[in-house]
Structure formats: structure tokens, C-alpha cells
Write a protein that binds this ligand. Structure first.
Ligand SMILES: [Zn+2]
Length: 120
């Protein structure tokens, strides 16, 4: 991949990471509300549901943050944009749609098919 292209993806990934980390901070401060200040059981239940919802989002965000950090590391290593299964370059369109991907479209399709065949 051309250095200019790499720089472009690095910017995209870093911006996404900053966004996610900003969101994560907001989520944490949103959760610091003391649950005992809602004595009504109905309020309390809905607050706990919200909290579970936030935790699920946090989990997804954490995974994505990890993937973005790995992608940034691959940019440093010079392996970014190369399919880890077949070693061929991943199409730029696919990378733009999904900058954290490690598989080209063919390998991804094959992986999904295999997973379906295994009933996953
Ligand atoms: Zn591939």
C-alpha cells in the first residue's frame, strides 16, 4: 500500500479510536448514578436494564477499540491491508468500509461459509 494511503487509514482509525474512547468516558460517567437513590422498584429495575444495556455496548466498544489498536499496530508493522489468510492485498473499498478487517473479501466469504457449514 502507498504511504499516503496508509496515512489516510491511520487518520481514519485514530479518529474512530478517539470517538470510541470519548464515548466510553461518557458511558462510565453515566453509570456513576447511585442506584440507591431510586427507591421505587420500577425505576430501579429500568435503571438496571439501562445499566446492562450500557455494559453490553461497552463490551462491544472495548472489542472494537482492541481491533482498532491492532490495525494501527499493523500500519506500524507494514502488514496493514494484507489479508492474513492468503497474503493478498485487501481491496481499498473493503478497507474503507471496514478499516479494522484482516481478511480480503474472498477469504471473509470463505470463512463465513465454513462457519455456516459448521453450524456456528
Ligand atoms: Zn485473502
Amino acid at each position: 500500500m502507498e504511504p499516503e494511503q496508509l496515512a489516510q487509514f491511520k487518520t481514519i482509525l485514530e479518529e474512530r479510536l478517539r470517538e470510541l474512547l470519548g464515548e466510553a468516558e461518557k458511558t462510565v460517567s453515566g453509570m456513576s448514578n447511585d442506584i440507591d437513590t431510586f427507591p421505587d422498584p420500577t425505576d430501579r429495575a429500568s435503571l438496571e436494564t439501562d445499566r446492562n444495556f450500557l455494559l453490553r455496548i461497552r463490551d462491544r466498544e472495548r472489542k472494537l477499540i482492541g481491533k482498532i489498536k491492532e490495525a494501527l499496530q499493523r500500519i506500524e508493522d507494514g502488514t496493514y491491508g494484507i489479508c492474513e489468510a492468503c497474503g493478498e492485498p485487501i481491496g481499498e473499498k473493503r478497507l474503507l468500509a471496514r478499516p479494522v478487517t484482516t481478511l480480503c473479501i474472498e477469504c471473509k466469504a470463505r470463512q463465513e461459509k465454513e462457519e455456516r457449514n459448521r453450524g456456528l
